[in-house]
Design a protein around this ligand. Structure first.
Ligand SMILES: [Zn+2]
Ligand SMILES: [Zn+2]
Length: 491
């Protein structure tokens, strides 16, 4: 048994509740919590150096495989010219015989364009290369990759290497599918390491690219105990039978109802401000979604769908409402992102018992004055994005996530963004912000009897910070001191 002391342990069960010492048993469960450090015999005493302790943080939405994989590849975030992009690519080592690069943003590049396939061929004549845009919604590949991919239809456009929409999906799917087990596990190990660094003890991981390929899912499921953090797995597919065969409790993830605001592909009820003919794209018909969601619901699978624009949220919500009305179940179907909403829609989400899996960092990155959302949507609609407080106050199950690799996997930065949402009316309090990465996150995966708060009987999953989130005006700068999972120090 271990006695952890010299710290302030916030239970997150209710606001203001804390303890000063905690006893963890040999199974890694919390055996006792104390208002004063006790004198116990035959226990290992662990001094936490005055840390502030929270239930282990949980990121409820990541693409951990891509995040890990791309962290092993080239990060183009800082590149300012194509020359710099090419230099970074030259330094990159292949994984499973392929070159991966991510975080490309053409607007940060002086040439204001993507590299071409020809330019990539020049550096890599024989090794397949994929370079993905920062939002993941388009990519560039080289010629050897284009020749290797079994396209279902002929590439329609004159091929210059740049792919978006379904072509982007097929290309990234081919790269991810054609990796050996060693490369896949290497990516998840890297992901777990980075997740730990960001303060997490559990991470929801979307596996697959909407195509019904369960290969990675099986491999990771069989190797779950290898990783320091707990991966909560989502087969990111639309084939219910395969999900059931895998023994999954949920299905989906960023299975796309629509695209992104940055790419003008998020489906909107009113057109884009900067493209008045364009309403974005609903990727699948109502009938296709209804068939899928109805089937999953009937088989007790929790459904998760990526919905950014208001029209996409309507499309999916209407079906969630329908299946709940006909056959009410507590499955907590997920609306992932839930970016643009009205009060009326939020009332409906509450009534349908759906959950919202949100990314506070999206607001930080794109919703500011003069930012991307204002350009695309205008001020009024931008004020209706990331409505954290309105969602929280309606008692909708609200959880936090990074959508890593889209944003950094770092709960502390997510908490900071949630308390500083641009629209002041939508800010969470620091306590509420911690709840969405702990207690609420555990409820999303039906694990609230196991973790999510610091309580007797739960796993001793603890994120220990050097400063107090509840007494800091610079939350984002707070550093992780140590992390425990089931009583074991893992960071
Ligand atoms: Zn996602
Ligand atoms: Zn998404």
């Amino acid at each position: 048994m271990k006695l952890l002391y010299n710290a302030k342990f916030y239970s997150i069960r209710k606001e203001g509740e804390y303890f000063v010492a905690l006893l963890s048993d040999d199974n890694g469960l919390i055996k006792e919590i104390y208002q004063q450090k006790p004198n116990l015999k035959n226990v290992e005493e662990i001094d936490l150096n005055g840390a502030f302790v929270y239930p282990g943080f949980i990121d409820t939405h990541t693409h951990s495989f891509e995040g890990g994989l791309y962290s092993l590849g080239a990060n183009l975030e800082q590149a300012q010219s194509l020359q710099e992009v090419f230099e970074l690519l030259r330094e990159t080592k292949p994984i499973s015989g392929k070159i991966f690069a991510f975080h490309f943003e053409e607007n940060n590049i002086i040439e204001k364009r993507f590299p071409t396939a020809k330019e990539l061929d020049h550096i890599f004549p024989d090794v397949p290369v994929i370079l993905r845009r920062v939002d993941g919604h388009s990519c560039v590949i080289n010629s050897v990759a284009a020749k290797s991919i079994p396209w279902k239809q002929a590439l329609l456009q004159a091929f210059d290497g740049h792919l978006s929409g379904r072509w982007n999906g097929s290309a990234s799917n081919w790269f991810h599918k054609n990796m050996d087990d060693e490369g896949i596990l290497q990516a998840y190990h890297k992901a777990a390491e980075i997740a730990l660094h960001g303060g997490h003890t559990a991470v929801h991981a979307m596996i697959g690219d909407s195509f019904s390929d369960p290969k990675h899912y099986k491999l990771i499921h069989d190797n779950l105990s290898q990783f320091p953090v707990e991966f909560i797995l989502y087969p990111q597919i639309t084939n219910v039978e395969i999900a059931l065969d895998l023994g999954a409790k949920r299905i989906g993830g960023c299975t796309l109802a629509d695209g992104s605001i940055g790419s003008h592909t998020a489906a909107l009820a009113e057109p884009y401000l900067d493209d008045p003919e364009n309403y974005g794209i609903l990727y699948r018909s109502n009938e296709a979604w209804e068939k899928h969601i109805r089937n999953a619901h009937a088989h007790d699978l929790q459904v998760a769908v990526h919905c950014i624009g208001d029209a996409a949220i309507w499309q999916i919500l209407e079906i969630y409402e329908k299946v709940q009305r006909e056959n009410p179940k507590d499955l907590r179907h997920e609306i992932i992102h839930c970016e643009l909403t009205s009060n009326d829609v939020l009332d409906r989400i509450a009534a349908a018992n759906c959950s919202t899996v949100m990314q506070p960092m999206f607001d930080r990155l794109w919703a500011g004055s003069g930012g991307l959302y204002e350009t695309r949507l205008g001020k009024e609609r931008t004020n209706r994005t990331n409505r954290l407080a309105s969602i929280y106050n309606r008692n909708i199950l609200l959880t936090g996530g990074s959508d890593w690799y889209i944003t950094e996997i770092n709960a502390i930065k997510g908490i900071d963004a949630a308390v500083q949402i641009h629209n002041e009316k939508e800010r969470l309090t620091p306590f509420q912000a911690v709840e969405i990465y702990t207690k609420n996150a555990a409820r999303l995966s039906f694990d609230d009897d196991r973790f999510g708060t610091i309580e007797v009987g739960k796993e001793a999953n603890l994120t220990c910070l050097k400063n107090d989130i509840f007494a800091s005006d610079k939350i984002a700068e707070i550093e992780v001191e140590s992390i425990f999972r089931k009583g074991e120090k893992i960071y």
